[in-house]
Ligand binder design. Structure first.
Ligand code: CA
Length: 590
């Protein structure tokens, strides 16, 4: 159907199922208006009749089978939009009406609508109307058809999908121009190029668990005493409220997949933090990819440990696709926390190609291949169910690429466990085609803590007052409405290691014990040149900002000191072999 005389748009909404019909000009009478709850509606036979005390309208849809097909027989709410003057060919489109709006403006959403439908329509040649789930079109039209007064449509909630990968290098995505030739992530690249690439995306921790604690609560994880992986891994205090809980009142079903790392015992389990479904493992940063037989650290489905087989990255992808298929008709929040590409380096033998001469790196590439395939399948699944457009999809990594895994963070300095950019500045992609166009970059500094407020904003929910958020919605930045979201960003892993950092504008202070370095990120993103000596005032100012911030934060759960204490001195004795081994294990699991 390539007719240019699509004059009327009839929208049918039935709770969460939305059908949309594009009908011929002859099918609807002119002069209709928004229906009201007491309007009569009859969809028997081939006619749809709508009447109230002013009008009676009969639409000859002449294909009741199609109605049945699309399950829009019983309507709880019916809204009719008409735009009588819509005519794609008239020059008068450029004339302004009393609302200072041209018909051209009014037609813009209709044209978008037409584009959206082109492929579908072409496969249903000759059909009078087509139907499909297209929630975002409702919103687009609601916002844009301003020539029609007093007109409101129930807004469909977007799905929210967060894909959080683990320890993936900044240059271990091939859309990064600095990525070396062995890196190939075609699916992540395709997503990036159709999305907003956030070039200044950070995580609030330089290791796994602190970032997750901040992401799930929308608050500085230090507010509730989490500075390190050990502290976060022991559990986020139970009075903190997770995103999954906040989304519930808006009717969201929530699923968490993969690595939890926010507590080992049942009270901290995802199922007790607002998630309706869980598949994955609980505590510790690492989990074997093939061998799931250790029932002390099992894979869970819901609250039940299960015997499991298969490559874990693939299994997580399958679970994600299954979740999307089962919940495609309701708003959902899906948190896909791949443990890929955290250690141990394990991948299917046939995928490990000897390319770099470095066995760990080659294995990492094979792990990334499966991760990339997973992202591709999740996107494909959303598209297959026609819900990709109205899905807020965020892809990011939980911290910088790991040195142990031979990740590549070019052009950034350092690795995971550091507050240099390489430890906290990560691949960060946001897609929501219904809301903003992709294929662009956003250079506004933002971080993982912001995803909470962003999700609430997208779902049309108010920001909580009982536990005020430290993050803020990034949507205004993505729409180009603001170029600043935060005056400062703070990092701290408390006193044991004495590492902290602050970014304010383009200045960044990076501290470890007594050493404080200052970098100008605009000129020196790779943090090669310490300019602290040349800018003592900046150092003083940022240090006092950091100290004031840290004063507000809770003491570490683990009882380590909040600040590095130079007077505490070195450990009294050398570590024994066993202690060294335990420390190594601990590091491995961070
Ligand atoms: Ca990690």
């Amino acid at each position: 159907m390539d007719r240019t005389d699509i004059l009327r748009v009839l929208m049918l909404e039935r709770t969460k199922q939305i059908g949309l019909c594009v009908v011929d000009s002859g099918d609807i009478r002119r002069g209709t208006e928004q229906t009201r709850p007491d309007d009569q509606f009859d969809s028997s036979q081939d006619n749809v009749t709508l009447s109230n005390d002013r009008h009676t309208m009969t639409f000859n849809l002449s294909a009741s089978s199609v109605i049945a097909q699309t399950q829009v027989i019983i309507f709880e709410q019916l809204q009719v939009i008409t735009a009588p003057e819509l005519d794609f060919n008239k020059a008068s489109h450029h004339e302004k009406n009393e609302n200072n709006t041209t018909m051209q403006d009014a037609l813009r959403p209709a044209n978008r609508l037409k584009t959206c439908f082109t492929s579908l329509i072409s496969t249903r040649d000759g059909n009078e109307f087509v139907t499909m789930r297209l929630r975002h079109v409702l919103k687009t039209l609601t916002l844009s058809l301003i020539v029609i007064p007093s007109f409101a449509l129930a807004e469909e909630k977007p799905n929210i999908v967060i894909i959080l990968t683990d320890d993936q290098g900044y240059a271990d995505v091939s859309y990064n121009p600095h990525s070396p030739p062995e890196v190939s992530t075609p699916n992540i690249d395709a997503l990036a190029h159709s999305s907003m690439i956030c070039t200044q995306g950070y995580t609030s921790g330089h290791v796994c668990s602190p970032t997750r604690a901040g992401l799930m609560t929308g608050r500085y994880q230090q507010r509730f005493g989490i500075y390190t992986a050990g502290e976060g891994g022991s559990g986020v205090p139970l009075d903190e409220v997770f995103l999954s809980e906040r989304l519930k009142p808006a009717g969201y079903v929530s699923g968490a997949l993969g690595k939890w790392h926010l507590g080992l015992t049942e009270e901290y389990h995802a199922m007790n933090r607002g998630f309706d479904e869980f598949y994955g493992f609980m505590g510790r940063g690492a989990h074997p990819y093939f061998d799931h037989s250790d029932m002390n650290h099992p894979i869970y489905r819901g609250l039940t440990p299960i015997k499991e087989e298969g490559y874990l990255t693939t299994r997580i992808t399958e679970e994600a696709v299954d979740f999307i298929g089962r919940h495609k008709d309701e708003p959902f929040f899906l948190y896909v926390a791949y443990n890929a590409v955290h250690s141990p380096p394990e991948a299917p033998e046939e995928d490990i190609k000897q390319v770099t001469g470095d066995e760990t790196r080659d294995t990492l590439m094979a792990m990334i291949k499966h991760l990339d395939m997973g992202v591709g399948e999740i996107v494909h699944s959303l598209k297959k169910h026609n819900i990709f457009e109205n899905t807020l999809l965020i892809f990011l990594t939980d911290n910088g690429g790991s040195g142990t895994m031979h990740a590549n963070n070019a052009p950034l300095r350092g690795f995971k466990q550091m507050d240099y950019e390489g430890g906290i500045h990560v691949p960060f992609i946001v897609s929501w085609p219904a809301e903003f166009n992709g294929g662009k970059k956003c250079d506004v500094a933002m971080w993982s803590i912001d995803l909470f407020a962003t999700a609430l904003d997208a779902a049309g929910l108010p920001m909580p007052k009982d536990k005020p958020l430290d993050g803020t919605s990034i949507l205004p930045a993505l729409r180009g409405d603001t170029d600043i979201l935060h005056n400062e960003l703070y990092w701290s892993s408390a006193g044991a290691k004495g590492k902290w950092a602050i970014r304010s504008g383009d200045w960044k202070l990076v501290a470890e014990k007594n050493r404080i370095e200052l970098f100008d990120l605009e000129k020196d993103l790779s943090e090669t040149t310490d300019v602290a000596a040349k800018n003592p005032k900046v150092v003083t100012e940022l240090t006092s900002k950091y100290n004031a911030w840290l004063d507000e934060m809770a003491n570490p759960i683990s009882k380590q000191e909040k600040r590095w204490n130079p007077d505490a001195g070195a450990p009294a004795k050398k570590m024994s072999k066993e202690e060294k081994k335990a420390a190594r294990e601990k590091r491995k699991n961070e």
